[in-house]
Ligand binder design. Structure first.
Ligand SMILES: [Mg+2]
Length: 494
């Protein structure tokens, strides 16, 4: 009963509520996808760890490939948390122009806009990518129809909303000197979209739930505190378990919730017969670390520790370090040079991956040494080509739930989409293009899109977050508040 009351209160309109009910009735079928993806990863990890290294073979053959994935007409991956793929539209609504055309200019350095852009970009990727999760291939036309359907009727939008994004950007975010923080109490407009209730809401998954837990912990403790963070992960799961958490991480949460748990890293170390998980769960939630620490060594250190609470295999936590570094450099860049950006990441990852455990874990999984560094070099190679097919991207960089086969994909997607893409309409801005491109790759769409969205949002700022997309996502207001508080914390530190 509580579930239905909560649903009615959340939707507050009959069409949206009925639509949600239809979705909920199909939950048993739709939720299979994520569960099966995760089961596949667990099976894969167990298989890898029981077989050990096989000389001369890449671990890729044991990872859950897109080709082996679920063949389901509509991969609503969440357990009843997602709104329908195509939410009900306002009667008479027409397709409105997207928030703006291409252009890869960054927002000003250290603006609140970039902090909001980062967490909102991550939210958009999670909420909008979820409906396509586990598709072997994504039909681009269907995907574009879906994101176009998020647009509210233009005639109902306030005049300033119809301005080109560049105009909005210039008027709301004046360029600032590096190191300068803007007014923390700048007015934000306060526009309430009258059609939001009728547009349908797309729910977030474990990616956002855990991202928010990390941010709340950093804000509460004003620093990294592994005990508090672990407690928040576990309690958030206990409070709201229906966010498509993987079975393996749930066992970690249950151990963390035991009163006798003294070492919060121990449950993760016990996973997979002591080898630890190498999934992308540590990377998908790490953006807040890059928004809390300005020093790159702090970013690396705390990204690793935050990931190790659930992912103790180096292939798992090194992916979180790489994702945190990507957000860090995107946040710091004024005019991002793609080659230099990748070179910076390679420089860090060659050092990160040189330690004994990383070398041993890579060998055990059948990978060459420095596997992240190798994929970053592949990204560089891809960027030198004017076009790269999606099948090449998926086969070389991956679209799995393994961190090694999703974090590099997110980074590549961001960098590739700094420029226009022949498959994506010109009226989409760079952030929109990044998210659409990630989702179009199929596989673990919500997590790859949330990681790419965080990087892109940290670079472009909230000016590139379309109002209609944002208003379609659950808890965007809360996300904005968390971003604002992190911005204040960041400014206090520098
Ligand atoms: Mg998810």
């Amino acid at each position: 009963m509580g579930f239905f009351l909560r649903s009615i209160l959340l939707f507050r309109s009959l069409p949206s509520f009925l639509s949600f009910c239809c979705y909920a009735l199909h939950r048993p079928v739709l939720c299979l996808n994520k569960g099966r993806l995760r089961e596949k990863l667990n099976e894969t990890q167990n298989a890898v760890f029981s077989q050990g290294h096989r000389d001369g073979e890449s671990g890729d053959h044991l990872l859950p490939s897109a080709a082996k994935r679920i063949h389901c007409s509509r991969a609503g991956a969440a357990r009843g948390r997602r709104a329908p793929l195509f939410p009900p539209r306002t009667k008479g609504a027409k397709m409105a122009a997207a928030a703006g055309s291409g252009g890869a200019a960054a927002a000003s350095v250290l603006s609140r806009s970039r902090f909001r852009g980062c967490l909102l970009g991550a939210l958009l990727g999670d909420c909008l990518g979820g409906g396509f999760e586990a598709f072997e291939t994504v039909n681009l036309a269907e995907l574009l129809r879906f994101v176009r359907s998020l647009q509210p009727p233009e005639k109902e939008r306030p005049a300033q909303d119809r301005l080109a994004p560049e105009v909005n950007h210039k008027t709301s975010s004046p360029a600032r000197q590096e190191g300068e923080c803007e007014d923390l109490h700048q007015e934000q407009g306060g526009y309430t979209d009258p059609h939001r209730e009728d547009l349908g809401i797309h729910f977030y998954s474990d990616d956002t739930a855990m991202t928010h837990s990390i941010v709340r912990s950093l804000l509460a403790k004003q620093d990294f505190d592994e005990v508090d963070m672990a407690k928040r992960f576990a309690e958030e799961y206990k409070k709201d378990p229906d966010r498509t958490y993987g079975a393996s991480v749930i066992t970690v949460f249950k151990k963390l919730l035991r009163p006798k748990c003294r070492d919060v890293f121990e449950p993760a170390r016990q996973q997979f017969n002591g080898k630890g998980s190498y999934g992308n769960g540590g990377a998908m939630r790490v953006a807040g670390i890059s928004l809390a620490y300005s020093n790159v060594q702090d970013v690396k250190k705390f990204a690793k520790l935050s990931a190790e609470l659930t992912h103790s295999n180096s292939l798992g936590y090194n992916g979180a370090i790489l994702q945190a570094l990507a957000v860090h450099y995107a946040l710091q860049s004024v005019e991002l040079n793609r080659e230099k950006f990748v070179e910076q990441l390679i420089g860090h990852m060659e050092e990160v991956e040189a330690d004994d455990k990383s070398v041993a874990d890579a060998r055990m999984l059948g990978y060459e040494e420095l596997p992240y560094s190798k994929r970053l070099k592949k990204i560089k190679e891809f960027l030198e080509q004017s076009t790269v097919s999606k099948s090449d991207v998926v086969s070389e960089l991956g679209n799995d739930i393994a961190a090694l086969r999703s974090v590099p994909t997110a980074i590549y997607s961001f960098l590739r989409c700094m420029e226009s893409h022949p498959d994506i309409p010109e009226d989409f801005n760079s952030l929109q293009r990044t998210i659409v491109y990630c989702i179009s790759l199929g596989g673990d769409t919500d997590t790859i899109a949330t990681m790419a969205g965080a990087i892109a949002g940290a670079y472009y700022g909230e000016e590139q977050v379309p109002r209609s997309w944002k208003y379609s996502c659950e808890s965007f207001e809360e996300t904005e508040k968390l971003a604002d508080s992190l911005y204040e914390l960041y400014c206090q530190r520098i």
